[in-house]
Design a protein around this ligand. Sequence first.
Ligand SMILES: Cc1cc2nc3c(=O)[nH]c(=O)nc-3n(C[C@H](O)[C@H](O)[C@H](O)COP(=O)(O)OP(=O)(O)OC[C@H]3O[C@@H](n4cnc5c(N)ncnc54)[C@H](O)[C@@H]3O)c2cc1C
Length: 399
Amino acid sequence: MTEKLKIAIVGGGIGGAALAVSLRKRGFDPHIYERAQAFGEIGAGVQMTPNAVKIIRALGLYDRLTKVAFQPKGSRGRHWKSGRENFLLPFDKGFIEYYGAPYLQIHRADLLDLFVRELPASSVTFGAELTDCTQDASGVTLTFADGRTKPADLVIGADGVRSVVRDRIFGCEEPRWTGHMCYRALVPVGEPMPYVEPYNSLWMGPNGHVVTYYVRGGTMVNIVAVQEAPQWVSEGWNVRASRDEMLATYQDWHADLKKLFSKVTDVYRWGLFDRNPMPSWDGGRVTLLGDAAHPMLPFLSQGAAMAIEDGYVLAEALQAAGSDIKAAIATYDALRRPRTSRVQLESRKRGETYHLPSAIAQMKRDLEYRIRSIVAPRTTGMRADWVYEYDGTQAVSAR
Ligand SMILES: Cc1cc2nc3c(=O)[nH]c(=O)nc-3n(C[C@H](O)[C@H](O)[C@H](O)COP(=O)(O)OP(=O)(O)OC[C@H]3O[C@@H](n4cnc5c(N)ncnc54)[C@H](O)[C@@H]3O)c2cc1C
């Protein structure tokens, strides 16, 4: 049964590739249709929180992951100007034991490569830009920009925030402008530097925050510098910026940050978009995964993690349902949509907490962090314990 099911994945980003690996581990033979001419990721880092690491380990990729990732000492919140610590969550032995996996930081290309290496070349078609997706009782037809069509029994749209699959099957508005942009840069430093601590550092300031962390064994620092920007236009989706612009924007911030920013060579300006949670992911023989299903602000560092969880759960649901597509999508929808919806909405709220404009409100927030770090240390700072505790490898069997 599993060999006969024709499964098409539209999009070969981290979500599509992770799904393909999850399906292959369960005996399915999915095919990826990717519009680019090769697999590729932007030059930036990504944080893999314990919930994502548990899935990667279950896929048998943990050893390779730890070889290319950087393991930070903890997550530390700081005052934007003085550098005063406002929370510290150590990623120590107790953290790893409690959540069942470490917290790791990795270059995006290394993460994508982890999955891609598991896929035979024959399981991917590049240069396949989907333009339409239709279905009837017997199956789905995918239409591509060059006029080709392909049939499938089951289609998973993993084609990102501007998903064509979502648009054609579920119908959707344009992504929502969140009122935030960020500068993204990767700075080669060769080795850990005194002005960048080996933590996941979150600098909270008025109307913005900055996250810095090491990837590739501490040889590079990833920077995500977020600003509220009410006037952003969506055409500026992925635009080159400059070091001077970045330094000018953060001119009043802490000296360590400015020192790091002065080393930036390539920097990009990204508008941040999301969507509201969907009422259903059940599109008959079609469903969605990753940013296509639940694009979110990156303020809980969960977009890719959710995509990786989605893929594992969908593959297991399909196997458990004996390839019954309707039953599998129902299980997938029931297990994944509530969790990802919560992460989408909570990510929005984090922006408000991290960007408090008034010094008094910041003091109140930081006092609350301190109290929580005494009474419930795991909930301090980002309050993400409910995100990390989840074990997607148990989701289907525990249902
Ligand atoms: C600043 C920032 C920081 C982030 N940090 C983190 C983090 O630390 N941790 C984390 O887990 N997440 C993070 N994220 C989120 C994460 O980057 C995304 O959620 C994740 O990359 C989404 O993967 P995806 O495969 O769903 O979509 P995408 O990466 O968008 O991949 C979609 C793929 O589909 C292809 N495609 C698109 N349209 C078509 C079409 N019509 N036909 C065929 N192919 C198509 C594209 O070429 C692409 O390869 C961050 C995001 C941002 C913006």
